[in-house]
Design a protein around this ligand. Structure first.
Ligand code: IFM
Length: 482
């Protein structure tokens, strides 16, 4: 029987990597094409992959876990496009040994995963569930045994439902609840896991989960969004304070979704709407975190929630910033939009997009990193998510051909090298995602993985994009295949 490594090598040969398109498609109306070619990144650059608990673990009622807001939401008829839920997802809870072995065979050096709060503290507060932490303990040990450095994220949107029933992110006490949970997790795992991210994409969670309502917990409106956003920011600060010093060598940070925002036209109303959207998506997190204030455009809206000391708490220094980058947005004035009367407008003609209609621009990643360099003190950054959703064909002879995703990743890795050459403190890159998974409101029908998951059989097949990354990772790090 062929070993997994032999399967990978034969798939690599069959994938005809030299025939990959060399021309970068990434382009914005504002920026020229980046040079095509092979990404050049420093030897110490960390190459990894990202996932999140609810999107891959399954086993939602095992090991003492209780429901999260996403269990409730995904089981509500009409909420998920294809009617799927995270009940099983990639069954990673049971299959993590094979998944870690696959990561090792691909040559990953880093793996970013999230802990499910409802697995660790099923009621959100109170007793810690030892069995829940045991799962992450085993996962961490298997990663380390394969030479893969774990990066843990404490909150990737799966709030315990019990806390939602106490007001969730609308209840200011959540900053204390989060601190207790963070302390329990870091206390147990921080002897081996060093980088810890507090939150994943707080602005996205606030906007979609608490403003548009198309994500859990399905709340809507401006006031709801503002409350959730401030308490998310506050929890990021209380979390850092709670875990600081629990173990030697901890690296504490948080993860933001950042993107360049362009007006959809030169109409002054669209230009103003784009500025408001930028404040809600980007600077609502960046300004308090690095400058200790809310963006001027929305300072008044947030003021009633901000108590003495809050901004100092949020501004607690971090060791790294995780940046999730997918592409830019083009924004128009929309009088009825809850989010600062701003909404997504038309893309410039011929803008390339992924299957979700998201514009592609590798240059945008350089721009985001340059903004951090120029306006926010050039913090050490990891790209903690970057990837693309496409319709993938079924495997042929063990190979899933995903040339568009492969090209997307190549162009963004070239951009990563470009950002470093321009003085940005970029330290590593984690592709989103290791596995096809439960893509929130889209369900299982929308795939971001570099490894294909057949959800019926749970079979994993590395796609051409995984093999491409694998060849780069091994070449750049001079690592021999395991
Ligand atoms: O799947 C999500 C992830 O959970 C957060 N960032 C964006 C990804 C793609 O939509």
């Amino acid at each position: 029987m062929l070993r997994r490594r032999d399967l990978l090598l034969s798939a690599l040969a069959a994938a005809s990597l030299p025939a990959l398109p060399l021309m970068a498609r990434a382009q914005t109306a504002a920026a020229p094409l980046l040079p095509a070619g092979t990404p050049r990144l420093p030897a110490e650059f960390v190459w990894g992959a990202s996932t999140s608990a609810y999107q891959i673990e399954g086993a939602v009622a095992e090991g003492g876990r209780k429901p999260s807001i996403w269990d409730v939401f995904s089981h509500t008829p009409g909420r998920i496009a294809d009617g799927t839920t995270g009940d099983v997802a990639c069954d990673h809870y049971h299959r993590y040994p094979d998944d870690v072995a696959l990561m090792g065979d691909l040559g990953l050096q880093g793996y970013r995963f999230s802990l499910a709060w409802p697995r660790v503290m099923p009621d959100g507060t109170g007793p810690v569930n030892a069995a829940g932490l045991d799962f992450y303990d085993r996962l961490v040990d298997s990663l380390l045994a394969r030479g893969i450095q774990p990066m843990a994220c404490l909150y990737h949107w799966d709030l315990p439902q019990a806390l939602q029933e106490r007001g969730g992110w609308h209840n200011r006490d959540i900053a204390l609840w989060f601190a207790d949970y963070a302390r329990a997790a870091v206390q147990r795992l921080g002897d081996r896991v060093k980088p810890w991210a507090m939150l994943n994409e707080p602005s996205v969670h606030a906007i979609f989960g608490h403003g548009f309502g198309n994500h859990a917990p399905g709340l809507t409106g401006w006031d709801s969004y503002v409350k959730a956003q401030h308490h998310l920011n506050l929890a990021q600060g209380t979390g850092i304070a709670a875990v600081t010093g629990l173990h030697p060598g901890l690296k504490l940070g948080t993860v933001l979704s950042l993107q360049p925002i362009f007006p959809a036209s030169q109409d002054p109303a669209d230009i103003a709407a784009a500025a408001r959207f930028d404040a809600c998506w980007n600077t609502i997190n960046l300004d308090p975190l690095f400058h200790g204030r809310y963006p001027e455009l929305f300072a008044e809206a947030f003021a009633p929630l901000v108590k003495p000391g809050d901004l100092e708490t949020i501004r607690a220094p971090i060791d790294f910033l995780g940046v999730n980058y997918y592409g830019p947005s083009y924004i128009k004035h929309e009088p009825n939009a809850f989010l600062g009367q701003a909404s997504w407008g038309a893309l410039p003609p011929d803008t390339p997009t992924t299957l979700l209609g998201w514009p592609i621009s590798a240059q945008g990643m350089v721009d985001v990193l340059a903004r951090l360099r120029d306006t926010y003190g050039n913090p050490p950054v990891f790209i903690t998510e970057n990837g693309a959703c496409y319709e993938d064909p079924a495997p042929v002879d063990g190979v899933v051909a995903d040339p568009a995703r492969t090209e997307y990743l190549r162009a963004h890795l070239v951009a990563a090298g470009e950002a470093i050459a321009q003085g940005c403190a970029l330290k590593g890159y984690y592709v989103w995602s290791l596995l096809d998974n439960f893509e929130w409101a889209e369900g299982e029908r929308r795939r971001f993985g570099v490894v294909r998951v057949d959800f019926a059989s749970q079979q994993r097949t590395p796609k051409q994009s995984a093999l491409y990354l694998s060849s780069l990772m091994k070449a750049q790090r001079g690592r021999a295949a395991p």
